[in-house]
Design a protein around this ligand. Structure first.
Ligand SMILES: Nc1ncnc2c1ncn2[C@@H]1O[C@H](COP(=O)(O)OP(=O)(O)OP(=O)(O)O)[C@@H](O)[C@H]1O
Length: 312
């Protein structure tokens, strides 16, 4: 080897490691968009199994969808998940967990964006403006970070048509105006279809069948058609469904008395208190249950558990 060649090689190696450690150092203090960072599927599985109660279908589908998508080096379209179910059954809770596994700061990350219909798109007269803004926001954010996550809460309160503005981004295009959306993830949350899910869960219960025996195929087709035909679903006659751009319709089952108790215990644990079964029972007994005759499912899921616990 000539000394000059060796010198260049050493120089290049130093520059490279210097660059790498600089990047590492930088990303330790400032948030970086790590597009290629793999998903820790077993950690996600463990967290969902430990923390999400009574949602065997959602757990299974979310795991499958995310691992498949993140393991695919060349996805043909962004991942689109539509979460449906009764109030307080864990849709926001799961989105938060998923967001944290994709970008460690979760909902506080610069690459995770939460839109709430009644907050961000309240006026029916402004649909055109919202569509333009939405396109601009999404284009800007995906240009900055290809693996951006967009969560749309309260889809059922979104004026019909608003969401169709993002249809071009969800489609099978390699690029739209020079930006590729294929690594992005879109999550829609909605109460629409909650009645259909409850009906099927109730049918199983009345037939003496186990809740865990409900399969995705019992619910997914009913859900997609139901949501498409529901004027108040945010996806009414939506091109997103028409064009099969939603990859998974994920049902959240209504929560039973035993699940509410599990939520109370989880909350006590999170507060660092010892589990007091008397209090657990008292809090769960204060919740209201439906249908009137059988009183199986909690009206508000686990939603008011935290505030109720404050009174005990
Ligand atoms: N299945 C569940 N397992 C564990 N905890 C739950 C579950 N469902 C709800 N919770 C608890 O209740 C709180 C409220 O639930 P969450 O906000 O996720 O409901 P939601 O389905 O998004 O309701 P909404 O449709 O009204 O927005 C969560 O922060 C969590 O603490």
């Amino acid at each position: 080897f000539e000394p000059i060649t060796v010198g260049i090689a050493i120089g290049a190696a130093t520059a490279l490691t210097g660059y790498l450690s600089y990047t590492d150092l930088y990303c330790r203090f400032a948030e970086c968009c790590r597009e290629k960072q793999p998903l820790n599927a077993s950690a996600l599985k463990l967290e969902l199994e430990e923390k999400l109660f009574g949602q065997h279908l959602a757990t299974e589908v979310i795991l499958k969808a995310l691992t498949g998508f993140k393991n695919n080096k060349n996805p043909k379209k962004p991942l689109t998940l539509s979460l449906h179910g009764w109030a307080g059954t864990g849709k926001n809770f799961v989105s938060q967990i998923v967001a944290e596994h994709l970008h460690s700061k979760g909902l506080r990350s610069n690459f995770v964006h939460l839109f709430v219909s009644t907050l961000h798109f309240p006026h029916e007269q402004q649909i055109k403006l919202y569509q333009d803004q939405l396109q601009g926001w999404i284009r800007g954010n995906v240009s900055t970070c290809a693996s951006s996550v967009f969560i749309f809460d309260e889809m059922d309160k979104l004026h019909p048509g608003v969401i169709d503005a993002i249809k071009p981004f969800l489609d099978y295009y390699e690029q739209v105006d020079g930006v590729s959306y294929r690594k992005a993830i879109f999550i829609f949350l909605s109460n629409a279809g909650g009645d259909l899910i409850t009906k099927i869960a109730l049918d199983f219960w009345r037939a003496g069948r186990k809740r865990e025996d409900i399969q995705l195929k019992d619910l997914e087709p009913v859900l997609s058609v139901g949501v498409f035909n529901n004027k108040h679903s945010g996806l009414w006659h939506s091109g997103l469904i028409d064009r099969n751009l939603i990859d998974y319709f994920i049902p959240f089952l209504p929560l039973e008395y035993r699940h509410v108790k599990m939520c109370v215990r989880a909350e006590m644990r999170a507060r660092g208190s010892a589990i007091d079964e008397d209090i657990v029972t008292r809090v769960a007994d204060e919740m209201t249950f439906f249908p009137k005759s059988e009183k199986i499912y909690s009206d508000k899921g686990c939603k008011t558990v935290q505030s109720r616990l404050d009174f005990h």
